[in-house]
Design a protein. Structure first.
Length: 107
């Protein structure tokens, strides 16, 4: 029994050992993709792989940059809240000192 491969279950998964796709006579001319040589397919596959390997690095770099920006914004917000708290405390202490001075002058 000679088993030929189908599209869903190819005889081999190695693209260089598979038969090239050819257009049938029922298709209009130029509708099928042109036949590439195995060397050109290998080069295209290598370039795609190299480009695809760089995508996660770029995503990670962008993610880390965004996290750094969020952390900087959070630190700035914390410093602003602390500065306002210290300003209110200083105003209360100043008012208390003025009252104490006024009481000392009155007596």
């Amino acid at each position: 029994m000679s088993a030929t491969g189908t599209i869903d279950r190819p005889l081999t998964h190695d693209p260089q050992k598979q038969a090239p796709m050819t257009s049938s006579t029922s298709e209009p001319a130029g509708s099928a993709t042109p036949v590439f040589s195995p060397a050109a397919a290998y080069t295209a596959r290598q370039n795609r792989t190299r480009e695809m390997q760089l995508i996660p690095e770029a995503l990670a770099r962008a993610h880390m940059h965004e996290r750094q920006r969020e952390a900087d914004a959070e630190r700035q917000a914390v410093r602003l809240v602390a500065a306002r708290r210290m300003q209110r405390r200083a105003e209360r202490v100043s008012l208390r000192a003025r009252r104490a001075l006024a009481m000392a002058v009155m007596h």
